[in-house]
Design a protein. Sequence first.
Lengths: 172, 170
Amino acid sequence: MLMDSNRIEELLSKYWNCETSLEEEQQLREYFKGGDIPEQWRETAALFRYFEENKKKTLNDVAFDAAVIQNVQPQKKGKLVKLFYNSMRIAAGIAVLVMAVWFVRKEVRDTTPQEVVDTYDDPQLAFEETKKALLMISKSFGTAESQAKKLNMFNEAQEEIQKKDKGKNSKL
Amino acid sequence: MNLESFQTRVLPVKNKLFRFALKFVGSEEEAKDVVQEVFIRVWNGREQMNEVQNWEAWCMRITRNLSLDRIRSINRKQTHPIEESFNVQHEALTPHESTEIHESMQRINQLIASLPEKQRQVIHLRDVEGYSYNEICEILELDMNQVKVNLFRARNAVREKLMKINAYGL
């Protein structure tokens, strides 16, 4: 389709003033698509070609439609999967909590001094151990007693001296 | 509206929505995400669609709003031009001519990218997508006057720069 340059000139001036209709703008685009554009419109032609090129840009993804359809479709069998995922999420949460509690407990146990704990389950063994402990105490007592006896010698000596002193006094 | 009519009527506008979203978000992946979300919104609001006079403009408006949300959420201002080069093919052109055309395309691309956001949107909707003024009003939620003023400013800014390029070969 060939249009004379006067017509184009007229359309262009309308275009710059925003007075063209959509059809007229389409005519301009068609005109500038072709070759043999006069020098004075070279850049204008580039502008209209730019618009055309822009329009060619498409969403280049074959899987897009399918993805949309899948997204908008009411989910039927997805319910079970959803339930599974949800329960897994809850389970994961609980697992984290349990681990946290366990670690905290461990930490607390490690830092606080060990309490006295009953270590014997077998009564016989417990009895033996008790006996051993008591024997140890009694042995210590025995040693202490023999030492105390030595002290007693001083006592006796003192009493002897006191007796002699009394005897002397009564004689006087 | 059932799934079938959704597929045949609504899905085909995806390219328009995609191009429009691309004007905002700048990256193809983001734009694709936006369009995906638009379709989910449209499907969820399909009951309203019968009341909407121009559902395509309605979809475009949702695209615009979601794109703006996305820009806000990633806290990024889109000022850089679209990076993809244009594949200009013309049988009759010599390699030299086609390089020249390619260069001028890049220049125009930068030129339009440097326009204020509203002007960029209006010129895209009018000159690339071929929407009527009424539809543009609906999409951008502007009144007729604002649409015309923005288009006028956009076209004249472009024209002025083109004339400079022509005159000084810049």
